[in-house]
Design a protein around this ligand. Sequence first.
Ligand code: 9MR
Length: 395
Amino acid sequence: MSPHSERQIPLLVAGFCATLLATVAAMAAEPTSRPASAPSLVPAVDQQGPTIKDTYRNHCLIGMAGDLPGNYSALEKALVKENFNIVTPENCMKPALVHPGEDTWRFERPDALVKWCADNTVAVHGHTLVWHAQTNAWFFRDGDKAKVTQRLNDHISTLVGRYKGKIRSWDVVNEAISDRGDGQTAQTENLRNSSWLQTMGSEFLTLAFKFAHKADPDAKLYYNDYGIEAGPKHASSMVLLKRLIKDGAPIHGVGIQGHWSTNGVPYAALDKAIADYASLGLKVSVTELDVTIRGSSGGQFGPGPGFGGRRFGGGTPASPEDLTAQADAYARLFAIFIKRKDVVERVTFWGLSDRRTWRFGQHPLILDSNNQRKPAYVAIVDALLHPNPDLAAPR
Ligand code: 9MR
């Protein structure tokens, strides 16, 4: 049994009622394949204990992703301020949204986000300058290498320059390494065959970092990717990062995205990967953390009606066992981040709650769809304040 479950404090009445209502509503939409005897009530969770942001204030930044303030409710905005000290724009700074045409920029949402964060003393991590996805075709149309390079420079210098001094760090290049093994992934960069690679060659990465650094010399610049903590993709990331450093790219750190599931977190590989990146003189951030609940109760997207429809609630409820296993997974992850605190400078959750998540219906985050703290929340606090030796970091 984990320490958080031993120390569970009875729910506040309000929190209990909200959770019970949500559970009952979600059960109404439960697929008939789920056993009728399956547990339905979540374990009791202390809603009043220390916040994750305060608990980890001497270790790392704690962030969330969202296009604030947007249509976030007053309660949700209060939760962001209470629990997080840095925000990543989930979508509004992506090339396709902020720069849909060569001479067309959409700064309304990014400006509003940067202002909201400044007004509320929350830092901003920019996401993302260069990506193979959500980048309009005009960047590459009729372009030789020189033309595309100039468009890349214009894009980066305009966007980074606009928020100079207001955005702490940037994902400069996102997901450049291919998922598909080519038989030599452990020895090569194995770059994704993107339009950037096709038009500019592998130099597009180095140049992107140089353009960003020129636009804001104080911003910390990151390479960001998923699955780079393990296997051949990790090996490729090391080859790529060594080349970027050798070629003088002003790179500060590596973003390990962290889209995992409860029974699929590569703890030992992650621990080693953080050390590997540190050996190159780089910092690490965990940039898009979410750990879905495994199995039929959480591994599928919600069927629809549930608690307010597919987008805002609903889905199959998580069982107490699911939530406890998820809490243990988060505790083990944070034990690694604590062990590597000299390297890990930020941990950002990809969303606010199980209502505000791209993995909706899979219960991936630490606040539930009623904005109540889940067992995982308390487990993360306990990982620092009351560590459980059974959930320790790999040695
Ligand atoms: O969470 C984001 C989702 O709302 C968008 O529809 C999607 C496509 O732009 O991107 C999601 O965020 C991705 C992030 O930008 C890069 N890493 C993977 C994330 C999840 O797909």
